[in-house]
Design a protein around this ligand. Structure first.
Ligand code: PLP
Length: 422
């Protein structure tokens, strides 16, 4: 029976029961962490072969270039080809960089702010705003805020973004220069941007003629089901719509091989890639080609990546299943929360009773369960409804995920009942 339907006496009895369960939870002395979307040690171990590649006798790439030397700004052709195949992007339009796509996002935005986009006015010389589909990735929002963008929240449901609002805002406000998009299994609500939605984003009229879609395909190949979604041809659709330069594409192997020692990628129209390389050439003489080669040798081809991702899935899918099962068992009948059931990616979004998310996170913390701060999936870290909690189940072992989610469920219920009794 939902909480709202309980009689005052039943509600008080439940409150008492939950207070006891919570005290027991605290006494258990847990030390569990569901905060960051990191691969587990077991996942990292899948790629340990990388640690002995390319090997002492391998110092050149396929074309004979010495990987130990300077140069090769656009990255090794072999690794670019593998990800061009996976992302559905012509290899000439995809470059490989160092270990973090977040730093490529930083660079590309910094170049636009300082130099403008290919002949345009530097963004930093005028007010600049960015659309933030919410809930979203906290580091996207913090990066944009740090670079001086005004953050504008637009709703993102598990079915996709609020397109009508986006179209209205970009049509009327020239200061809106960009939108964050995590098109496949978005962080944190697992949303997938359909081809139809993508078509709208790349073709909608915008007041700014250099409006840019920041297409962060961080989870392009991170499927949790047999339905392995093919990538949307975002660059092709943008070109078809007459806006070939509208899109910056980002990706990385952070959650494919090693999160701290992978390869990142930047893609765009030929003009965009030339613009990026021009500014990049002032910042570096070239990326870590040794790492590119070791990745190319290890992954081999697009099918090699797909096979590796199925091994990741075998490790993490049971953790996502546990989250879904426990939340269903513990919270399903009370009507106090909803949660996403992602088909891929790294997160579950848990929406609790309004104005209790901060309290749930506090209760969990006191019981030794670390959750991402309430509000972190919102621009400026502020969730006006204080409702959304991001759960990252990949890093801890399965038994810890199970214990942590069970504890979180107790906290969600306790916070909801306490609010109702107030
Ligand atoms: N983009 C999204 C959507 C993410 O969720 C993350 C990490 O959680 C990143 C980018 C970080 O990527 P990288 O490790 O390549 O910097």
């Amino acid at each position: 029976m939902s909480l709202a339907e309980l009689s005052p006496a039943d509600l008080s009895a439940l409150a008492e029961e939950l207070t006891t369960s919570y005290a027991e939870l605290k006494d258990a002395g847990l030390k569990l962490d569901l905060t960051r979307g990191k691969p587990s040690a077991e996942q990292l171990d899948l790629s340990n072969e990388l640690l002995s590649l390319p090997g002492a006798d391998r110092t050149t790439d396929g074309s004979g270039t010495d990987i130990r030397n300077y140069g090769g700004l656009e990255g090794l052709p072999e690794i670019r080809q593998i990800f061009a195949d996976l992302l559905g992007i012509p290899v000439a339009q995809l470059i490989a960089a160092d270990n973090s796509s977040l730093s490529v996002m930083h660079d590309s935005l910094a170049f636009a702010l300082l130099h403008g986009r290919a002949g345009g006015t530097p963004w930093a010389t005028r007010p600049h705003k960015i659309l933030c589909p919410t809930p979203g990735y906290d580091r996207h929002f913090q990066l944009a805020e740090d670079l001086g963008f005004e953050l504008i929240s637009v709703d993102l449901s598990a079915d996709g973004p609020d397109l009508e609002t986006i179209k209205r805002l970009v049509a009327e406000d020239e200061a809106i220069k960009a939108i964050w998009v995590v098109p496949t299994y978005a962080n944190p609500n697992g949303a997938v941007y359909s081809e139809a939605v993508t078509r709208e984003l790349v073709s909608m009229p915008t007041a700014a003629d250099d409006f840019t879609v920041l297409w962060d395909n961080a989870y392009a190949v991170h499927h949790l089901t047999d339905d392995e979604l093919a990538p949307v041809d975002v660059l092709g659709l943008a070109a078809e719509a007459g806006n070939p330069d509208r899109v910056f594409v980002y990706a990385s192997t952070s959650k494919i091989t090693f999160a701290g020692a992978g390869v990142s990628f930047f893609g765009g129209s030929p003009a965009t890639v030339a613009w990026y390389l021009k500014h990049l050439s002032k910042r570096t003489i070239g990326p870590d080609k040794t790492n590119h080669l070791r990745h190319a040798l290890y992954l081999k081809d697009a099918d090699g990546v797909r096979a590796l991702m199925r091994r990741h899935r075998a490790i993490i899918a049971p953790k996502f299943d546990a989250v879904e099962r426990i939340l269903g068992d513990r919270l399903g009948s009370y009507g106090v929360a909803t949660w996403t059931q992602p088909h891929g990616g790294y997160f579950v979004t848990l929406d609790v009773v309004e104005n209790t998310a901060t309290e749930v996170v506090r209760l969990a913390k006191e019981a030794g369960i670390a959750l991402t701060p309430a509000g972190s999936s919102h621009p400026y870290g502020k969730d006006p409804q204080d409702r959304t909690i991001r759960i990252a189940p990949t890093f801890p072992p399965l038994d810890q995920v199970t214990a942590a989610i069970d504890g979180v469920a107790t906290c969600v219920l306790l916070a909801a009942v306490t609010k109702l009794l107030r």
